[in-house]
Design a protein around this ligand. Structure first.
Ligand code: FAD
Length: 394
């Protein structure tokens, strides 16, 4: 083989970089190492909470990637040696010439007193990695007493999927409106504002009246502790009691990025934003949520776009060619109610080493969109999922 590329993490970023390197240059040997045999998509997983879809519709395997000649190893990567240029996975050592790391996010458990990985699995979910916790949160919402309260806490920036907590509130309200109409959804936010705020506020009002209440950081929405027995969270001004509590904790790069020394004091991975090569370790690239990618949000579509830019940088580097001028793209759809979608989109370019939006290249859905346009945007959200997962797993 011309070169050996190893990819850690088979999600929105990792699958794409693996496949696109193989498509561009089949003489490069690509090995993808992923800890789970099946991948469950976070995008559209909020719809599991309303009952609009099940997790099965979001579950994928790696057979398609093997069809592109990617060697897939199902194992957890526990160590990376950037000097020896090898990774350790399931007891074996896998050597590389180039390594790409796309492990997603990890949580700052210590930021919320009383919270832990164990508690998230048993009672106070985060459901910020789709799977068993998504199902548990759905069951909790279904089983909630009449007129009960669901609390969702939203983290400080930067975090995975900036519109996600607000789409989640809408999807939970969509179920409750039908089955428990006197209940409430309270969002306790660390921040002073959030993504697509005007569009969300309008959509919440339109479909759910006063069911959804948003408390900003300044109004006491910042929380510091959770008590799972009393079912309370501690705010700066008062405590809040919920019948269901969903805590989306503050975030940082995936654990393996810390273990490999790829993070800086920000808790994320600094990279050369033209190639996604780490500025801390040569021949190691970081894409997706874990990377610091200028003005791009931490989204699945951003990870996809970064995977393609990174693949081009690696293929040209291995072949001794100049690195092409990158272009990046992102769109995030949110579904507020059946037949009501909204979006934010942008094209990005490199300027002074930073990824920045191209002026007038995108924007958000208009507040005054027609009913038909809102319906179309919900359809686009579903076709986006179909296309991007075909790109990853097909
Ligand atoms: P991931 O896709 O999470 O992939 C990381 C992979 O690495 C995982 O499969 C993991 O198992 C694996 N891994 C981690 N560590 C190791 C290890 N040590 N060894 C082996 N494998 C490892 N984005 C959008 O664009 N549109 C949306 O509509 C959208 N909706 C969302 C809704 C919700 C509720 C949430 C939580 C997120 C949403 N996102 C959305 C964001 C999107 O899910 C992430 O930004 C995206 O998954 C990031 O891709 P990634 O490759 O960085 O991480």
């Amino acid at each position: 083989a011309k070169a050996r590329v190893v990819v850690v993490g088979g999600g929105y970023g990792g699958t794409i970089v693996a496949k696109y390197i193989r498509m561009a240059d089949p003489s490069i040997e690509v090995t993808l190492i992923e800890k789970n045999a099946e991948f469950i998509s976070c995008p559209l997983s909020n719809e599991v909470l309303s009952g609009e879809r099940d997790l099965k519709s979001l579950t994928f395997n790696y057979k398609g990637l093997e069809g592109h000649g990617v060697k897939v190893i199902i194992a957890e990567v526990t160590a990376i040696d950037p000097v020896k240029k090898s990774v350790t996975a399931g007891g074996q050592e896998v050597p590389y010439d180039k390594l790409v790391v796309s492990p997603g996010v990890d949580f700052k458990w210590e930021a919320i007193e009383g919270y832990s990985a164990e508690l998230a699995e048993s009672k106070i979910t985060h459901a910020w990695k789709a799977g068993a916790q998504t199902t548990l949160l759905r069951k909790q919402v279904e089983g909630m007493k009449d007129g009960g309260t669901v609390i969702i806490t939203a983290p400080p920036d930067p975090f995975r999927c900036p519109p996600g907590p607000y789409e989640r509130a809408a999807q939970i309200a969509s179920y409750l409106k039908e089955h428990n109409p006197k209940s409430k959804v309270i969002i306790l936010d660390d921040k002073a504002g959030f993504s697509k705020q005007g569009l969300f506020t309008q959509g919440w009002q339109m479909h759910y009246g006063d069911m959804i209440e948003w408390v900003s950081g300044e109004q006491g929405g910042k929380i510091s502790a959770v008590n799972p027995d009393a079912m309370t969270v501690t705010g700066e001004l008062e405590d809040f009691t919920g019948d269901v509590i969903n805590i989306i904790p503050p975030q940082k790069a995936g654990a393996i990025a810390f273990a490999a020394g790829l993070t800086d004091e920000s808790g994320w991975c600094p990279v050369d934003q033209r190639t996604f090569e780490s500025t801390l370790h040569k021949d190691v690239y970081v894409i997706g949520d874990s990377s610091v990618a200028g003005k791009m949000p931490k989204s699945g579509y951003a990870a996809n776009s970064q995977g393609k830019v990174c693949a081009a940088a690696i293929v040209t580097s291995v072949n001794g060619q100049p690195v092409p001028e990158p272009s990046y793209v992102n769109t995030c759809y949110s579904v507020i109610a059946p037949g009501h979608g909204i979006s934010v989109a942008a094209v990005y370019r490199l300027e002074g080493g930073q990824i920045v939006p191209v002026p007038d290249s995108g924007g958000i859905s208009p507040l005054g969109a027609s009913e038909r346009d809102r319906e179309l945007e919900a359809e686009y959200a579903y076709s986006w999922l179909k296309n991007i997962t075909a790109d990853m797993f097909g």
